[in-house]
Design a protein around this ligand. Structure first.
Ligand code: SF4
Length: 358
C-alpha cells in the first residue's frame, strides 16, 4: 500500500492520513522517499538563518504560549537597536545569508518604526548581502507594505492549525484572535510579494490526524514558500496546560512531527522547511533528524544571551545559556552529522518562490 501511495504524483487526504499513521518499515520508506525528494529538488544543503528574538512583549493571549500577555511571571524585554545590529553583523561576518527577526505581536506606530529603523540599518550594514525575514504577527496591510518597501523580503506567520474550530479552542474567542483575519493576513503577505511562510503545531490537545492531513493540504493550497513547524510542547503557565492528560507522549508528538516534515517535503518539493527548536527539545538529535528527512533550514539563535531565558514559548526550550558562537558551531555540527552541506554567503531563497517569480 505505501509503495503505491509514494509513487503517486498527487496525494489525497486519505493518502496523507495513511502516511502520517505509518510505523516501522512504512515509516522508513516514507523518510527514504522524502529524503530522496529533498536531495533532488533542493539538494542536501542547509541554509542558516540567524534568529533574533526581538521582544517578548505581546498583545495576545494564545492559550499555548508561555509569553502570552496574561502570563505575569514573564520578565518582559525589548532588545535595543544597537544590540540587534550587533547580532546582524555577526550573521553577516559569519556568512549567514539571512536573519529572522521574531517578536511578540505588537501593533503600534512605535513598533512599526522600530522595525523600519532595524531594516534601514541592516540595509546600510549589508546591502545586498543579508535577507531579512520578519515574524512579527498580524499587522495592517499598510505596515506590511512599509516593511516590505524597507527591505524585508520574507515573512513567517504561523497559522498553528488550519482547523478553525481547533483554532478557537487554542485561542481566546475574540477579534484579536480571529482565524479569518489570520488567513487574510497570509493572503495579504503573498499579494505584497513577500516570500511567505506558515506552519502548525503538531500534537495539540483535541487535534486529530485528519486535522494534520488538512494542514498539509492547506499549505499546499496556500502555495506557501516556507514552513516552520514542530511538535507542540506544553508550557505549565498557560491555559492549555490543563489538557496535558489528553496529549500524545512527547515521543509520539515528535515522531508525528517528523512525518509531517516528510509528507510536506514530498507534497511541496521545492519550498524551504525549517528544522525547528521544538524537535531538539524532545530529542538531542531532533534537528538533525528533521534535516535528514526533508528540512533544509536551520536557525541558530543569535539573541543576546541575557534575553534568551525570557523568550520561553514552551517548557524546557533548550539553548538558553548558549552563546552566539556556540550556537553557530552547533549548527555546523548538526549539518555535518546529517551529512548535509552548509551553504554560506547565499540568500537561500525558497526555490518555490524564485521559480514562480520568473
Ligand atoms: S503565540 Fe505569538 S501572538 Fe500568541 S501570545 Fe505567543 S507571542 Fe503572542
Amino acid at each position: 500500500m505505501i509503495n503505491k501511495i509514494l509513487q503517486k504524483s498527487k496525494f489525497t487526504k486519505d493518502d496523507i492520513v495513511f502516511l502520517l499513521n505509518a510505523k516501522d518499515d512504512d515509516e522508513k520508506k516514507l523518510f527514504l522517499r522524502s529524503a530522496e525528494i529533498k536531495e533532488k529538488h533542493v539538494g542536501n544543503k542547509v541554509w542558516l538563518r540567524g534568529l533574533i528574538e526581538l521582544s517578548n512583549i505581546c498583545s495576545k493571549n494564545c492559550y499555548y504560549c508561555g509569553i502570552r500577555k496574561g502570563n505575569k511571571n514573564v520578565c518582559r524585554y525589548e532588545i535595543q537597536l544597537d544590540e540587534v545590529i550587533e547580532s546582524a553583523k555577526f550573521a553577516l561576518d559569519n556568512g549567514f545569508g539571512s536573519i529572522v527577526i521574531q517578536s511578540g505581536e505588537i501593533q503600534s506606530t512605535k513598533f512599526t518604526n522600530k522595525i523600519l529603523d532595524i531594516l534601514q540599518k541592516i540595509q546600510q550594514l549589508s546591502s545586498p548581502k543579508l535577507r531579512v525575514t520578519l515574524s512579527c504577527g498580524e499587522q495592517t496591510e499598510e505596515t506590511y507594505r512599509k516593511w516590505f518597501d524597507a527591505g524585508a523580503e520574507r515573512y513567517l506567520l504561523r497559522i498553528e492549525t488550519s482547523n478553525s474550530d481547533l483554532y478557537h479552542k487554542i485561542h481566546p474567542n475574540d477579534s484579536l484572535h480571529d482565524f479569518d483575519k489570520r488567513i487574510e493576513a497570509l493572503n495579504v503577505l503573498k499579494k505584497i510579494g513577500f516570500q511567505t511562510g506558515t506552519g502548525v503545531m503538531i500534537g495539540l490537545p483535541f487535534q486529530t490526524i485528519d486535522d494534520l492531513a488538512n494542514d498539509i493540504l492547506f499549505m499546499q493550497k496556500m502555495d506557501i514558500h516556507m514552513c516552520g513547524m514542530g511538535p507542540y510542547i506544553e508550557h505549565s503557565e498557560t491555559p492549555l496546560f490543563k489538557y496535558s492528560s489528553l496529549l500524545l507522549s512527547l515521543r509520539e508528538r515528535y515522531e508525528l512531527a517528523l512525518k509531517m516534515i516528510a509528507v510536506l517535503r514530498i507534497v511541496m518539493k521545492d519550498i524551504n522547511i525549517a528544522s525547528t527548536t521544538a524537535f531538539q527539545t524532545i530529542d538531542s538529535e531532533g534537528k538533525k533528524s528533521a534535516l535528514e528527512i526533508g528540512a533544509n533550514v536551520l536557525m541558530p539563535n543569535l539573541t543576546p544571551a541575557k534575553y534568551k531565558e525570557n523568550y520561553n514559548l514552551y517548557n524546557n526550550k533548550p539553548g538558553k545559556e548558549n552563546t552566539i558562537s556556540y550556537e553557530f558551531n552547533l549548527a555546523f555540527e548538526m549539518i555535518r552529522n546529517a551529512e548535509n552541506i552548509v551553504r554560506l554567503n547565499e540568500y537561500g531563497d525558497s526555490i518555490h518562490y524564485s521559480t514562480k517569480k520568473e
